[in-house]
Design a protein around this ligand. Structure first.
Ligand code: ZN
Ligand code: ZN
Length: 283
């Protein structure tokens, strides 16, 4: 049975195509079917621009930028194949998740031209070219580089604004992931100097009619709040922005676990649970 409420607008990282995920892409798609999802957007990470942006786990697997680009081409082909193979069981959208560091937006645009994905998720995982979400150490390094947490948050949201303006991704990924290693994020996000940047970014999302990813990955790590912390969720909803859950799954064990709870959370917050599909034309 398919449940119209169960969807993921940002899902399906797999061990086959991502160094920090598990399981094959086919196992991932089957898990979405088993859990009764109506549709899923498979949005694997884009490959790095150059060897300088290859992650340690990829390096230790003997992969360089060139090999990762080949793996990405294989991903796109495999994902299209699975989309057709399971068309009677689930609607699969073939996408990818972008990066935002020196040179990455031009590269993302070139990948979009080459591979014609159904849509992309626009994400920021770097500030000043440092992958702040990779580890606490990287986060601290990025924080120091920005002169403290205020600077880190400000740089992140400024970069995100430029990314959204430049790329206009149909879905904006985990909008407030910059809070990832900051236990005091609740007060940090609503500091006027930060909050005004968040509101500015939300206004742009609204104007371009993009979708916000209500990202459940923090729940898999034992946190209580998805990305779109409560005040941002509230503001986005008041502004009429489309919000759609994304599990950001990195293996079959993170599929379907938190989604029913998240749907209830959104419903309780007064958000429409007839989800806009990432391929629908903006209304
Ligand atoms: Zn990932
Ligand atoms: Zn991400």
């Amino acid at each position: 049975m398919k449940f119209p409420n169960l969807v993921s607008v940002h899902g399906g990282h797999s061990g086959q195509f991502c160094g920090h995920a598990k399981d094959s892409l086919e196992e991932i798609v089957k898990a979405y079917i088993d859990h009764g999802f109506l549709w899923v957007g498979i949005t694997e990470h884009m490959p790095p621009v150059s060897d300088a942006f290859v992650y340690p786990e990829e390096k230790s697997a003997g992969l360089d930028a060139r090999a990762l680009k080949e793996r990405f081409a294989d991903y796109m082909t495999t994902c299209r194949h699975l989309q057709a193979k399971y068309a009677n069981d689930i609607r699969v959208y073939v996408g990818f998740e972008t990066e935002d560091y020196s040179g990455s937006l031009d590269f993302a645009k070139a990948l979009i031209r080459t591979f014609s994905p159904d849509y992309v998720v626009g994400s920021v995982h770097h500030v000043k070219d440092i992958p702040f979400d990779y580890s606490k150490r990287c986060y601290d390094e990025a924080t120091d580089c920005c002169g403290g947490l205020d600077g880190l948050y400000a740089a992140y949201f400024d970069q995100q604004y430029e990314m959204i303006r430049e790329l206009k991704p149909r879905v904006v990924g985990h909008l407030d992931i910059i809070r990832i290693y900051d236990p005091g994020y609740r007060s940090q996000l609503i500091k006027p100097v930060i909050w005004e940047k968040i509101v500015r970014n939300l206004k742009l999302v609204r104007r371009l009619n993009l979708i916000l990813d209500f990202n459940l990955r923090p729940l898999s790590r034992g946190e209580t709040e998805p990305y779109l912390s409560a005040p941002i969720l509230k503001m986005a909803n008041e502004m009429g922005i489309d919000i759609v859950p994304g599990d950001d799954s990195h293996g079959v064990d993170t599929i379907g676990v938190h989604m029913p709870g998240a749907v209830n959370m959104l419903s309780a917050a007064g958000i429409c649970t007839v989800w806009r599909k990432p391929v629908d034309n903006p209304h």
